[in-house]
Design a protein around this ligand. Structure first.
Ligand code: NAD
Ligand code: ZN
Length: 352
């Protein structure tokens, strides 16, 4: 199965094509970047299907390590392995490895080919599509980076078998986001409760196609690509507020709260096509999977301050991507504090 993007392909469960690429005479050498989890769970599968004599660069997992310091470690390892511009870099891991490994490969000797093999649901349906690469800097997420396309993306659904349920659920938030912004039928059709029973092959292909359609039409995020931020303006602020708590929210859990709040903002912005029943439907579906966490939302002043800090905003104005209706989204909508306060009250008062 192949999904064609502008200059590269996303291949689903295609070990044969990956083998051909890795064995190609085109490359002077091949390296693979892993973390301790993908080394344990995914590399043995890769080695069995492809080959086991590829040079490995292992980094420590986690968003806290998505930094320039880790990039330097990788660049140093590349030098010690005599990697050159004609080598191929394979990024075997979740979004952290994909974003950072892609950035490292794109800048090493002004750029070498790299292949993304996303191993989490989130990276399969979201991070590996669209060419955004980079690392965090100080407190800013993805502050240093570039947009550059990979040579190919290879998605293997069998990697999801070892993924912890919480991570699977977190990635599912992005699948739901793609439905909410561009596919009403998808949102209405799927059963939400038992993630283990899902037909992931089908869901991933459909979700990648939805994201790809948006990024292809606006690769540099000048306009319509902003709709992919639905749920993320408030979601990021909630995620960042809870980062230092003993049990921080996973990205998808924070985005799920963000999507409920921003569906309420969508209703306040345009009640012709979004009804209270729609908000209730979105809220119930999301709470069934992600639970109800009113205590995780910071006081309004902190929430607003955090959103003003977001690099996507210009001159202190907070702009949102909001739904026109379920399955259709627009962007650059200015929202005031009273509206945010109403949305938060709605969430807090939800009966579950
Ligand atoms: P992650 O890369 O941290 O992976 C989550 C955890 O799962 C890690 O501990 C990892 O080691 C482990 N893991 C990975 N695959 C596994 C497997 N098959 N079995 C068992 N464990 C496995 O997190 P993520 O959710 O994949 O990605 C989050 C990152 O993606 C963030 O840094 C975010 O900024 C980025 N992102 C980028 C884009 C983009 O457009 N580039 C879009 C969305 C998110
Ligand atoms: Zn996200």
């Amino acid at each position: 199965m192949k999904i064609k993007c502008s200059n590269y392909n996303i291949l689903i469960n295609d070990w044969q094509r990956l083998l051909e690429l890795v064995s190609s005479d085109k490359y002077s050498s091949v390296i693979i970047i892993v973390d301790e989890n993908t080394k344990k769970y995914c590399l043995p599968i890769f080695n069995k299907k492809i080959k086991d004599d590829i040079k490995i660069i292992e980094i420590v997992s986690g968003e806290v390590n998505k930094t320039l310091t880790t990039c330097q470690i990788i660049w140093d390892m590349m030098l010690s392995y005599s990697v050159d511009r004609h080598s191929l870099c394979i990024n075997l891991g979740g979004g952290v490895i994909g974003d950072m490994g892609g950035f490292v490969a794109s800048t090493f000797m002004r750029g070498m080919d790299f292949v993304q093999i996303p191993t989490t649901l989130l990276s399969q349906v979201d991070a590996s599509v669209g060419g955004k690469l980079g690392v965090d800097y100080h407190d800013y997420k993805n502050m240093i980076g570039i947009i550059r396309e990979p040579t190919a993306v290879f998605i293997f659904t069998e990697f999801l078998d070892t993924l912890p349920m919480a991570q699977l659920r977190s990635g599912y938030a992005e699948v739901i986001k793609h439905w909410l912004i561009s596919d009403k039928e998808g949102f209405d059709t799927y059963k939400y409760a038992n993630l283990k029973d899902h037909d992931w092959n089908n869901i991933i292909v459909e979700s990648v196609k939805l994201k790809k359609k948006i990024t292809d039409s606006d690769p540099l995020e000048r306009g319509v690509r902003k709709i992919l931020n639905f749920g993320h303006t408030l979601g990021h602020a909630i995620e960042s507020y809870n980062l230092s708590s003993t049990l921080p929210l996973l990205h998808g859990e924070a985005i799920a709260i963000g999507m409920i709040l921003e569906t309420h903002l969508s209703y306040q912005n345009n009640s012709d096509n979004i009804t209270i029943a729609d908000i209730d439907h979105v809220a119930k579906s999301l709470i069934l999977i992600f639970g109800h966490h009113p205590g995780m939302i910071p006081p309004l002043s902190i929430l607003i301050a955090k959103m003003k800090f977001d690099k996507k905003n210009k001159s202190g104005k907070i702009k949102f991507s909001l739904l026109n209706s379920i399955g259709d989204c627009t962007y650059d909508i200015e929202v005031n504090e009273a509206m945010i306060s109403k949305a938060v009250d709605y969430y807090k008062e939800l009966k579950t």
